[in-house]
Design a protein around this ligand. Structure first.
Ligand code: FAD
Ligand code: ZN
Length: 275
């Protein structure tokens, strides 16, 4: 099959703010909380690709309800500057079950930001706003091989991708490389049998400012056939990786490197530095 047949299609959805409630909190690992959200507002929610993400809207610390965005014809209407502002952060749709009305988000528990702290304390009955996804980039299941890599913020998308490939294309050839704090942070992932999954450990070092992922990926040799590469993580860590992938001469449409957060930056805008 030629590469042009493996076109990445883009779907767009209506952007609707939803106010949801926490129904379950599961500590998948000591530093990962899987939070299940539910509520009548989930009606009509759509997600069709592993990297689909939503803007979660958090309550001010101490408040019960988030300040929700107001939507106009051109999207979010900026709230009056002297009033409360919605607090948004980007998160991956780890799992959505329309029949059960359940949306799972996997939160990295870190103490440095409002979202990481909210997730550490979240309990059933708590409220959270959800905006999006805006749309999906549908990456076909019939590439000859896949490389998926990133840190723990990328793991929800990698986990979803592996599970969906295992279902849709069990013969898929996949390499996955995930950087986490240590062995306790490794997750059991449903995946196609022909998956080589490598865990990299920071061994207590701070996330971000790491070269482990780059070093691991610089040893990657491009397999035969046409493949798709997806990498996400700390923005600075990804710079040499982006350069390296460029140097491999892959078709520009067949790799994506997405800065999911940035050391020292509140609410990093991933659209500002993705590629
Ligand atoms: P912020 O207020 O944004 O930042 C405060 C400080 O915390 C900053 O110094 C920042 O550098 C630091 N910080 C932020 N994140 C981390 C971290 N993970 N570890 C250590 N320090 C950090 N994250 C997930 O946990 N799960 C997901 O499914 C997920 N999906 C994402 C999908 C997309 C498309 C994008 C762009 C990001 C995703 N992220 C995900 C990353 C998440 O949006 C950021 O980590 C976000 O900054 C967290 O908000 P916060 O309020 O905790 O920290
Ligand atoms: Zn986005």
């Amino acid at each position: 099959m030629s590469s042009t047949q493996r076109e990445i299609r883009v779907l767009r959805y209506d952007l609707r703010p939803r106010l949801l409630q926490v129904s379950k909190v599961d500590r998948v690992t000591p530093r990962t909380a899987r939070i299940t959200l539910t509520g009548p507002d989930l009606d009509g929610f759509q997600t069709h690709d592993y990297a689909d993400h939503v803007k979660l809207c958090f309550p001010e610390p101490g408040a019960a309800l988030p300040t929700m965005p107001t939507m106009g014809e051109r999207g979010i209407v900026p709230p009056p500057t002297d009033g409360p502002q919605p607090i948004f952060r980007d998160y991956t749709v780890r799992r959505f079950d329309a029949a059960a009305s359940e949306l799972d988000i996997d939160f990295v528990l870190h103490p440095h930001g409002i979202a990481g702290r909210w997730a550490a304390d979240a309990a059933p009955g708590d409220s959270l706003g959800v905006l999006g996804p805006r749309g999906s980039h549908l990456v076909p299941d019939d590439f000859d091989w896949y490389l998926l890599a990133g840190d723990e913020t990328a793991l929800p998308a990698i986990g979803r991708r592996l599970a969906e490939l295992a279902e849709a294309r069990p013969t898929a050839r996949v390499q996955a490389v995930v950087e986490v704090d240590g062995p306790a942070e490794e997750q059991e992932l449903v995946r196609p049998p022909d998956t080589r999954l490598t865990w990299l450990h920071r061994d207590g070092a701070e996330a971000g400012g790491q070269e482990r992922l780059y070093q691991a990926l610089s040893e990657f040799t491009v397999p035969d056939g046409v493949g798709y590469v997806w990498v996400a993580g700390e923005s600075g860590d990804l710079k040499p990786i982006r350069r390296h992938l460029r140097s491999l001469g892959l078709d520009r449409r067949h790799y994506k490197v997405d800065g999911y957060w940035k050391r020292g930056v509140v609410n990093h805008d991933h659209h500002a530095d993705d590629a």
